[in-house]
Unconditional design. Sequence first.
Length: 244
Amino acid sequence: MPDMNQDPLRENSFRHWLAGGITAVAIVGAVVLGAVAILRPNTAAQTILGTVLPVIGTWVGTVLAYYFSKESLEAATRSVSAIAREVTPEEKLRSKPAQSVMIPRDQMFIVRGPAPQVNLLGALKALEDSKKGDRLPVLDASDHPLYVAHRSTVDAFLVAKVRGAAAADLSGLTLADMLSDPDRKSMLENSFATIRQDATLADAKIAMDAVKYAQDVFVTKTGNQNEPVLGWITNNIIEDNARV
């Protein structure tokens, strides 16, 4: 008996042989029984034919059903696998509306600007209490987007202040102090992109990639930055939905 688990080619060959062999034996058996019944037309022959023939038919039907159903299943599996392989991350993103995965405005953690009003330590404390990630979306009083400050960037700024002066008072530092540093100013002013409300995740990725430091995208009605934020999409959301 061939080792079915170790050699798929042998398994296929064996199944071909088994199906063909059983079918041939069944046909020969049916012909022989039919001939006997014709040549010896008695009750015993008729009874044997009536009893054995349905058994042979059932036997052959069962074997062939198994054989061809397995072939069909394997073909279908190969077809589905081929289709799945053809779906690219870009196609997945194009098929996903941004609104279906964005964080709605009413579920966002936000900090109210302008920058001089954003106390850094206070904002970090509020973010910790909210348990909503490690990013600080800064919106103005009309919900227009201003910046996205990542906690790692804020922490690095505070550490730099302590290293510069051991007795530095961090309690009064604001986002405006971060903006006074040219490098951090560039990062904050290029920290997000915007897209329209009917855009896809592919549009969100394109918009985000076009802004040097952006890892976040805000959804507004027409994609204009001077409109209220409807939702928020992070680079992590885009990456999660791009997986094939």
